[in-house]
Structure formats: C-alpha cells, structure tokens
Ligand binder design. Structure first.
Ligand SMILES: Nc1ncnc2c1ncn2[C@@H]1O[C@H](COP(=O)(O)OP(=O)(O)O)[C@@H](O)[C@H]1O
Ligand SMILES: [Mg+2]
Length: 631
C-alpha cells in the first residue's frame, strides 16, 4: 500500500511516543502510588505511636491518683487505728474530682475497707484481682488495661449504665493500683479504674492530640478506636446517621494478627462510611494478656485523590507529549515532503514535454542532490531537444530545397526535351549528309560534327534520365524469369568498348523462380548497376553477376560484385542521393542509383551495397517472391 511520507513519519513517531509515554506513565504512576502508600502507612504508624503515648499517659494519670491517695497520712492512720474518721468523705471527693469510676481501698490481705462508689458494700475479698494482687505482693504501684465482668462492675459501681458495656458482657478499664506502706509495713492497697466502654473522651483526646482535628473536605482526616477483643467500645468513627459505630467488630484478620498474635498491623479498612488506612496495636493486661486493641485510621480519600491527581498529571504529560510529537513530526514530514512534491510535479511537467520545468534546491542534503540532478537532467534534455530541433529544421529545409530543385529540373528537362530532339535529329542528318557528300576531309569540320552528335546524344540521355526520375511510374507487373532478364542486360553491354578488359562471370542458380516485376524497370536497375561496375574498373577487372533464391526468406537475390576502385566510406551514405556523382563533370548524372533505389522500393525489395575502397564493390538487389494469389 502506498503512503505519503508525512503519514509514514507521523505514524511511526506516534507509535514510538505512545510506547514511550505508556511505559513512562506506567512506571511513574506505579512509583507515585508506592510513594503515596508508603507515605500513608508511615504516617498512620506514627499516629499509632502518638495515640499509644496518649493512652499510656492516661493510664499513668490513673496510677498517679492511686499513688497520691496511698500516700495520704489520714488513710494510713485510719487503717492503722481501725477508725474511719474522715476517710470515707475524702475518698468520695477523690472519686468525683478525678473522674474515676472505681475507687477501692483494701487492707493488706485484699479485703475491701472503703468503696466510695458503693459505700455500704465493704468487707468483700478483692485480693484475687490480678492487678491488686500484683501490687500487694510486689508492694509496687502498677497500671494496665483491665477487663472486668459486668457483675464485678455492678458491685463496684452500681450507678453505671449497663448498656454502655456492650454485648461482650465485659468492661474494659484503665486500671491502676498502689500499695499503702507505712514505715515498711504493708497496710493495704488503693485500686482505681476508669471505664472505657462507650466513653468518647479518651478517643476524642487521641484524635485531637494526634490529628489536631484536621479536616479533608469537611470530614475528619483521622479517627481513633478502642477495641475490647475485636469489639468497638469507643470510637469517633461515625456511621451514615452520624452516630459513633459502637458495637461493631474489627475484621477477623486484624483481630487475629493483633490480639491473637500480639503484633502491630497496618491495613486498609472500611469503617462507618469511609475507607481508612488503619494501624492497630494490642492492649495488654497486667498479666501480659492481649485484651483489646488501640486503632487509629487515616482517611484514605486524600491519598486516593493524590493518586488520582498524579495519575491524571502523568496522563496529561503523556498526552501533551504525544500531541506535541505528532505536531512536530507532521511539520517535519511536511518540510521533507514539500521538496519531494515539487520534484514529482516538475517531473510530471517534464514528462508532458515542458522542458523548462526546474525545482528549487531544498535545504536537505539528499533531496538537494536529487533536485540538482533532476535540474541537470532537465538541462541536458533541453539541450538535446534544441539540437534535435535544429537538425530536423535543417533537414527539412534541405529536403524542401531538394524537392524544389527536383521539380525545377524535371520542368527544365521537359522543356529542353523537344528542342533537344530536334538538335539530335539534325546533327545526325548533318553527319549523314556530310558522309554522303564525300566531304573534303581536310578542314576538320567532320570532327566538329561528330562532337556535336556526341554532345547532343549526351544531353538527350541526361534529359531522359531526369524525366525518368521525375515521371510518376505505373509499373506493369508480370512474372518474369530473373536469370533471363539479367542475362539479357549483360548481353546488351558486353560487346561495348567499356567492357573490353572486363571478365563477366555469371553465377545463376538453377532454382531461381519467376518473380513478379515490371521487366523493363528491373532491366533499367540491372543495367545501371552493371554499367556503374564497369565504370569503376577503367583498367579492367572482373564482374561476378549471381542470382539465387532465398527460399527461407522468400526472396530472390541478384548480386553484382566488381573488383573496381570501391566507394569511399564518406560517400557510401550519399550514393543513392539524386545528383550525387563522383564522376568527372559531363560523365555522371548522379541519377542512376537514385532511380534504381526508387524502382526497387516500388517492388517492395531492397537494394544494398558493400564496398572496400581499392578492392571492389558489391551491390545486391533483393526482390520478394509473391504468392500467386497476390500476383
Ligand atoms: N560499382 C561501383 N563502384 C564504385 N563506385 C560506384 C559504383 N556504383 C556507383 N558508384 C558510385 O556512386 C555514384 C553514383 O552512381 P550513380 O547514381 O549511378 O551516378 P553516376 O553513375 O552518374 O555517377 C557514382 O558516381 C560512384 O561514385
Ligand atoms: Mg551511374
């Protein structure tokens, strides 16, 4: 299929740029994507660390309360003396001021002495609580996340609303305890705890501290959640109705990794109405058990938008690149193809004969060379054309002149013929009369008469030749035996003085058939050739006349080969021209071969010559055999 240069260039550039920009975009987009994902994961991991700090400091502040309370003198006095005094009232104040849900003071064995949240319920055994037990044993303050059964919780604090606890029938607490030691003696312990289930304060403080309440398109960018096992018990993730999504569960995979296996974990997740990139860490009880998780989530939307925007940016760059390249290559192609189109147009013009067609030299080396050689070719063509034109013009003028001369000569010959006949007849009569009158012989006038007779004869033969040449001949064609015709010609001249020193050899083929010709015209041709041959051998020589039949080509060939002076190379092409003669003035008319050529041509034959100057000349006449039907 044929395509223009422009199309070809543009399409190949297009293919290249599309491939390159596809690769470029793919790699770039993947790179950005990875960067975005890594960035998000790092950020969420950092957020989780910060959240952990806040959670830890919260635990620490509960612990601080227990420690300070355990150090109070009145409490030690009351425990030592067994008199409560102001203790109950002070502890109630601590419970309220520190926003504690549980505050318990036990003796050294773990039996409850004061319980300000449920003052009448005292004396029960609390020493089995793992946290309190650890503290009393080690005499060291401690804090941890702790699970309490609903029953325990009711006993500790009957005022707490049960439905806040959630479906797992357990409460997750920030719990701490400190020993009460007086002069090295363990007097008892202080236990305090804050309920986490359903409480927004801690998660909101984490969200505020870590994410500074940043917004993305009117949505908070971050969220924090506390899980009891896998159950959301405190969160600031909202559902479609704008309520916190309490009571829903984490994905099983997350639960397994974080709570069961005790690892930190980062994963994309759907919570409420939003997708988050979330990080989780386990929350441990005092015994080292993973009882829940702390999770923070970063809104995925900003990262997705960033990804989308950078993808669009890359595609836009690739598209711009493509468009630019196509434009550029189109321009380039135009720039290249314009000179080529000039060339094509110019060669069309040249082909249609406009030799003045030239092309400007373009600034591209290869095409410039092409253009230059095209111009050179056009120049050469034009020069040759002019030469040819000149030549034909000269030839035409020449042949016109010759034609005019021919007509003139024929007219002159015609006009001269009649008076000349008279001169010839009278000069002959004069000579006869002189001879009859017995002449005086001495005064030489006989010789003059003879000269008049000879010259008159000559004039008449020239005129006859001219008339023959000019006369429109209508040949009378009939089957003729060529051998006999040629023999007749030889016989006519053989005895003349011209042939005295010439040996005539006949080589007539026996199989030469009859040829349909005008016998008298053919005789004229053969006579001309025989006499020319004799005239070429003034010192004598040999003339071989042969006739043969070329059956294959259906031709009869008659050949006249002499051993005369031959024809100069330069003259060869002119011997058939009328009036061309090399013979002395008054001897040749230059019409013999011209007339012969015309006759042979009329017979649809050919006449040809071969000659070697100084050695001899051979003329051959070839006549076509005609079918009888053509006859
Ligand atoms: N057999 C021949 N040998 C050499 N020259 C020949 C021969 N036949 C013809 N020519 C050359 O061709 C010329 C033209 O011949 P032709 O037309 O018969 O005119 P003419 O015989 O009157 O010169 C002659 O003048 C001669 O130079
Ligand atoms: Mg002649």
């Amino acid at each position: 299929m044929l395509k223009s240069i422009a199309l070809r260039l543009v399409s190949s550039f297009l293919v290249i740029i599309v491939i390159i920009s596809a690769i470029f975009s793919y790699v770039g987009i993947r790179f950005i994507e990875n960067r975005v994902v890594t960035e998000a994961q790092n950020r969420v991991a950092e957020s989780l660390m910060a959240a952990g700090e806040i959670y830890g400091s919260e635990l620490h502040s509960v612990q601080q309360v227990t420690r300070l309370t355990a150090d109070r003198i009145f409490l030690k006095d009351a425990l030592r003396s067994g008199r409560a005094g102001q203790a109950g009232a002070v502890l109630s104040a601590v419970l309220r001021q520190e926003h504690l849900d549980i505050l318990v003071v036990t003796d050294a064995a773990g039996r409850v002495v004061w319980r300000p949240a449920n003052p009448r319920r005292v004396g029960d055994e609390r020493g089995a609580d793992p946290l309190l037990k650890a503290v009393l044993t080690r005499r060291e303050s401690a804090a941890a996340t702790q699970l309490l059964s609903v029953g325990d919780l009711r006993r500790e604090c009957p005022g707490l609303v049960v439905h806040e606890v959630g479906p797992d029938s357990a409460a997750m607490m920030l719990a701490a305890a400190s020993p009460i030691v007086d002069a090295g003696r363990l007097l008892g312990g202080v236990y305090a705890a804050v309920l986490l289930n359903g409480r927004a304060e801690l998660v909101d403080r984490i969200k505020h501290g870590v994410f500074e309440d940043a917004q993305y398109e009117n949505r908070p960018v971050g969220a924090a959640t506390l899980f009891l096992h896998d159950l959301r018990i405190a969160t600031n993730v909202l559902n479609a109705e704008g309520a916190r999504i309490l009571g829903t569960r984490a994905e099983p995979d997350v639960y397994r990794r974080v709570v069961v296996e005790g690892r930190r974990w980062v994963a994309g997740t759907l919570a409420g109405t939003e997708r988050y990139i979330a990080a989780y860490r386990p929350l441990q009880s005092i015994t080292g058990q993973n009882v829940g998780m702390l999770g923070v989530g970063l809104l995925e939307a900003p990262y997705l938008d960033l990804k989308r925007r950078s993808t669009l940016l890359f595609l836009a760059i690739a598209l711009t690149g493509t468009v630019l390249t196509v434009g550029l290559s189109y321009g380039l192609a135009q720039w290249l193809s314009v000179p080529l189109r000039d060339l094509v147009a110019a060669s069309h013009r040249l082909a249609h004969g406009d030799l003045s067609a030239r092309v400007p030299t373009p600034p591209v080396t290869e095409i410039a060379e092409l253009a230059e050689s095209f111009n050179a070719m056009a120049d050469a063509l034009r020069a040759r054309d002019e030469k040819l034109r000149d030549f034909t013009r000269r030839k035409i003028m020449e042949s016109e002149r010759l034609a005019v001369i021919g007509q003139l000569a024929a007219g002159v010959a015609h006009e001269l013929n009649n008076p000349l006949q008279g001169i010839v007849a009278y000069s002959h009569l004069l000579r006869e009369k002189k001879a009859a009158g017995g002449g005086n012989g001495g005064n030489g006038s006989d010789g003059w008469v003879d000269k008049i007779v000879t010259q008159a004869d000559r004039c008449s033969s020239i005129v006859r030749g001219l008339l023959d040449f000019a006369r429109p001949r209508t040949p009378v064609m009939k089957p003729t035996a060529i051998n006999a015709l040629v023999e007749g010609c030889i016989a006519l001249v053989e005895e003349q003085a011209l042939f005295h020193n010439i040996e005539v050899v006949r080589r007539f083929g026996a199989d030469v058939p009859e040829v349909v010709v005008d016998p008298s015209l053919m005789q004229q041709v053969f006579m001309n050739l025989i006499i020319n041959a004799a005239e070429a051998m003034p010192e004598g020589g040999r003339l071989v006349v042969s006739a043969r039949c070329d059956a294959a080509e259906r031709m009869v060939e008659v050949e006249f080969a002499d051993t005369g002076h031959g024809i100069a190379e330069a003259d060869l092409e002119r011997i058939f021209d009328p009036f061309f003669t090399t013979k002395a003035v008054g001897h040749g008319t230059g019409l013999g071969l011209a007339i012969s050529f015309g006759i042979v041509k009329e017979h649809r034959g050919t006449i040809s010559v071969e000659s070697e100057p100084g050695k001899g000349t051979t003329f051959s006449v070839r006549l076509p055999l005609r079918d009888r039907a053509e006859g």
